[in-house]
Design a protein around this ligand. Structure first.
Ligand code: NAP
Length: 292
């Protein structure tokens, strides 16, 4: 990272308070737009109105986890003003300026392409996804405790998907004494699930065992819990769907059948914003230091 590195943070939520503190404590000059309702004591932090920003001085731009909407608008919870990123703004940045975002839609990808600026999606990185699986799993556990009238210990829990989130959730629920079954589709995943002492089932065969389950936690971002699966579920069972929008559950059908299905999104930011911010800040600093 070059000396006197300058980063512009455009909007963000409560997670970004930690990110800003982390960046500033590493002697990075942090310019904020969309945070005028907050004050920071660190002298490395400067508030600015969007029209005052000198984009030509910025080495990097950090966008919120959600990036922009399809018009370039940015979610900024600490201001009443509109924060927007345009192609014209990016054109003014130096060629080496990198745009960091949680996720990116077509708008963001297009303006990065047309201006030839590097776009880094932080939330597709394994390290962030794995660290984030910790608060996600804790919040899922909290929901499961609150939404059922039995203990997790002894409950039959199925976890759909054995990716970064599924694995952490499987381990945490098992450690509390739940009877955990994990659905997967790869031989190496079945081997790992077995090594962890858990039961497994091919995701395609979900129908065969779903009637025995008290809690069904979905991490697969495709519709897996469809009407056929829901028809076989006990009416007392609980679905917690963690998969990003639109989720993996036919929510309308579940509701019609009287099965409680919760689409629980953005859990790290809701239940552990400080930790979630530290995760983003720590990984971002590593990336900046390694000039990735
Ligand atoms: P991941 O590592 O990519 O895992 C996804 C899992 O889904 C993998 O086991 C994958 O199986 C499986 N899968 C994908 N498509 C499938 C299909 N068509 N049929 C069967 N299995 C399929 O993702 P992750 O990081 O665990 O995240 C999972 C989801 O949770 C994502 O939608 C993510 O955005 C979301 N998320 C939500 C929260 C929250 O707060 N709600 C927090 C973090 C993440 P293979 O490995 O065999 O491909």
């Amino acid at each position: 990272m070059k000396e006197n590195f300058k980063i512009l943070v455009m909007g963000g939520d409560n997670r970004y308070v930690e990110v800003i503190k982390k960046l500033a404590s590493s002697n990075i000059s942090v310019f904020l737009t969309g945070f005028n309702q907050l004050s920071f004591e660190d002298s490395h932090v400067n508030h600015c109105e969007i029209e005052e920003i000198d984009f030509s001085k910025m080495d990097a731009i950090l966008l919120p986890v959600a990036g922009t909407d399809l018009e370039g608008n940015i979610e900024a919870v600490y201001t009443d003003k509109t924060v927007k990123l345009s192609e014209e703004m990016l054109k003014k940045t130096p060629q080496h300026c990198v745009i960091y975002t949680g996720i990116a839609n077509d708008y963001l990808q297009n303006i990065a392409n047309t201006t030839n600026r590097k776009l880094v999606r932080l939330f597709t990185r394994d390290d962030i996804a794995i660290y984030n699986s910790i608060p996600t799993s804790e919040a899922t556990l909290q929901l499961a405790i609150e939404e059922t009238d039995v203990t997790i210990h002894g409950s039959n829990v199925i976890i759909l998907g054995f990716g970064r989130v599924g694995l952490t959730i499987a381990r945490n629920f098992a450690s509390l004494g739940a009877n955990v079954t994990v659905s997967a589709r790869k031989p190496e995943h079945f081997a790992r699930i077995s090594e962890m002492g858990l039961k497994s089932i091919p995701t395609d065969n979900l129908n065969k065992i779903i009637s025995q389950m008290d809690i069904c936690i979905n991490t697969i971002p495709y519709q897996i819990i469809d009407s056929e699966v829901i028809d076989k579920m006990k009416s007392s069972s609980l679905i917690i769907d963690l998969a990003s929008k639109p989720g993996g559950t036919d929510f309308e059908y579940a509701s019609q059948q009287g099965i409680k299905a919760i689409h629980a999104l953005g859990l790290p930011g809701k239940t552990a914003p400080k930790t979630a911010g530290e995760i983003i800040g720590t990984v971002l600093l590593e990336i900046l230091e390694n000039n990735e």
